[in-house]
Write a protein that binds this ligand. Structure first.
Ligand SMILES: *[C@@H]1O[C@H](CO)[C@@H](O)[C@H](O)[C@H]1NC(C)=O
Ligand SMILES: *[C@@H]1O[C@H](CO)[C@@H](O)[C@H](O)[C@H]1NC(C)=O
Ligand SMILES: *[C@@H]1O[C@H](CO)[C@@H](O)[C@H](O)[C@H]1NC(C)=O
Length: 226
């Protein structure tokens, strides 16, 4: 373990203490819904991918998700061990240009999350897998989620998400799996999804989407299931 990861773990331990001492009041969860409109503009380039900002972002994402027992994410979550009960947070020190540890996966499936997806998720810029399926997450999908250019798997299926499918998702050139089915999403299927050239699995069914499939989806050569 190098110096940086020790600092990271120390910082995260601090957050765990905060978790215990200052549990979020339930009303604060509604703050995830700050961005209700989808006026997509790319986020400014992060000034630094410094892991402290990732720890801050992870703290917000986990706490606003409504996880009932946050302390069972141990402070050693970044040691390369992939699994902590039913939650997986994986880090890598080979993905960035700096050999530092970055969070590349958050999987929290079927753990009765009843909060929302905090917009700080978009600060975890090295994320490759985000799987929050089979929970009761509500509110909208952060409109800038498509800034996470490394994403290969995005599974938010079987929740209670509302609002529209962010146009920005069309930026995710490496996305192979997009599952948004079984929510309460409304509006159209963005034509920008036709730009997801790596997509192999797309599930949007069982929502309140209207209109027709955009003809752009016909461009997707790798698409196997829809
Ligand atoms: C996308 O995938 C290609 C091929 O695997 C890889 O070289 C590239 O770094 C990936 N881009 C991102 C942003 O992850
Ligand atoms: C689609 O939904 C939007 C708003 O959700 C609505 O304004 C529009 O009339 C709907 N279109 C159809 C064809 O139902
Ligand atoms: C798809 O990508 C191209 C090139 O990046 C862009 O010009 C176009 O507007 C995108 N299409 C949609 C529907 O977003």
């Amino acid at each position: 373990m190098d110096e940086h990861s020790v600092m990271f773990l120390t910082k995260f331990s601090f957050f765990l203490v905060l978790f215990v001492l200052c549990p979020l009041d339930s009303g604060s969860r509604s703050r995830c819904s700050a961005q209700m409109t989808d006026n997509y503009a790319p986020s400014p380039a992060p000034q630094s991918s410094y892991m402290f900002s990732e720890a801050d972002a992870l703290y917000n994402v986990v706490s606003y998700s409504g996880l009932t027992s946050p302390p069972y994410i141990s402070s050693s979550f970044c040691d390369g061990q992939p699994s902590l009960n039913s939650i997986t947070i994986t880090c890598s020190n080979t993905i960035g240009p700096d050999n530092e540890w970055h969070i590349i996966e958050i999987t929290m499936t079927s753990v009765t999350l009843d909060g929302c997806i905090h917009p700080d998720i978009t600060k975890l810029i090295y994320l490759q897998t985000l799987d929050l399926s089979d929970n009761q997450l509500h509110d909208s999908i952060p409109s800038n989620l498509g800034d996470l250019s490394h994403l290969t798997t995005l599974d938010l299926s079987s929740n209670q998400l509302t609002g529209t499918i962010p146009l920005s998702l069309g930026n995710l050139k490496n996305l192979t799996r997009l599952e948004l089915d079984q929510n309460f999403l409304t509006g159209i299927i963005p034509p920008s999804l036709g730009n997801l050239s790596s997509l192999e699995n797309l599930y949007l069914d069982d929502n309140e989407l209207n209109g027709t499939l955009p003809k752009e989806l016909g461009n997707l050569r790798n698409l196997g299931s829809l």
